[in-house]
Design a protein around this ligand. Structure first.
Ligand SMILES: N[C@@H](CCC(=O)N[C@@H](CS)C(=O)NCC(=O)O)C(=O)O
Length: 219
């Protein structure tokens, strides 16, 4: 649903609070993380997912989030917040039982190092994707080559790490970030990062099978 249509779909809970609103684009890997947490935490009834129009001059979305980025969450009190890290932690903690940011993981530097390495990989893939949507004569071959090489190095890094117990077992933010990054690389045309990387391939098969990953697969 576009932001211009949303007033028709704004159910107001009886207690005077409003449903949360999560602004996304369906191709954004960062917005996808927030959408995954909404599903994993069974928050679909409390969070309305709204498609924002990003990267266009004068978008009405800039009245909601002046940075123009997604994801952006407006909470039940009407307070807005941006960035997938913050939004995921907020949504995960609403029931007081965070599963993706539990206290053990939040203070575990090894977990956080993996999550942020995956985030760094995703940032590079996003830059590559952004470059590729420009008209061909505006694309920078230097940037494309730089980001493509970074992506391959990071895929090698994770081929060596996915067997680590930290990336096995129930998913945390590092798992989600890495899985979303690998799927985005393939979707955006950077290739199948699991090809020739058997450990990453096996790991991705189980991640891509999660219902929340399937339901949020990019168009
Ligand atoms: N660090 C941010 C990154 C968010 C981000 O870069 N979002 C992109 C989509 S992938 C965006 O909204 N771009 C629109 C723009 O730059 O105007 C996060 O984790 O949420």
């Amino acid at each position: 649903m576009g932001i211009e249509d949303r007033s028709r779909f704004d159910p107001m809970p009886m207690d005077g609070t409003q449903n949360m609103k999560l602004y996304v684009t369906y191709g954004s890997p960062y917005a996808r993380l927030a959408r995954i947490i909404v599903i994993e935490k069974a928050l679909e009834d409390r969070v309305e997912v709204i498609q924002a129009k990003t990267r266009i001059p004068g978008s009405p979305y800039y009245q909601i989030n002046p940075s123009g980025r997604v994801p952006y969450l407006v909470d039940e009190a009407g307070v807005g917040m941006e960035d997938s890290q913050l939004i995921c932690a907020y949504l995960d903690g609403l029931d007081g039982k965070p599963r993706f940011h539990d206290a053990a993981r939040a203070s575990d530097w090894a977990c956080l190092r993996l999550e942020f390495a995956a985030r760094s990989m995703c940032d590079g893939i996003a830059v590559w994707g952004r470059e590729m949507v420009r008209p061909e004569n505006e694309r920078s071959p230097t940037t494309l080559a730089h980001e493509a090489a970074r992506t391959q190095r990071m895929a090698d890094f994770f081929e060596d790490r996915v067997a680590d117990p930290l990336l096995q077992g129930s998913p945390g933010m590092a798992h989600l970030m890495l899985a979303v990054a690998v799927e985005m690389a393939s979707k955006r045309g950077l290739g199948d990062l699991t090809a020739g990387r058997p450990r990453l391939a096996g790991w991705m098969r189980s991640m891509s099978d999660l219902p929340s990953m399937r339901k949020t697969a990019p168009p």
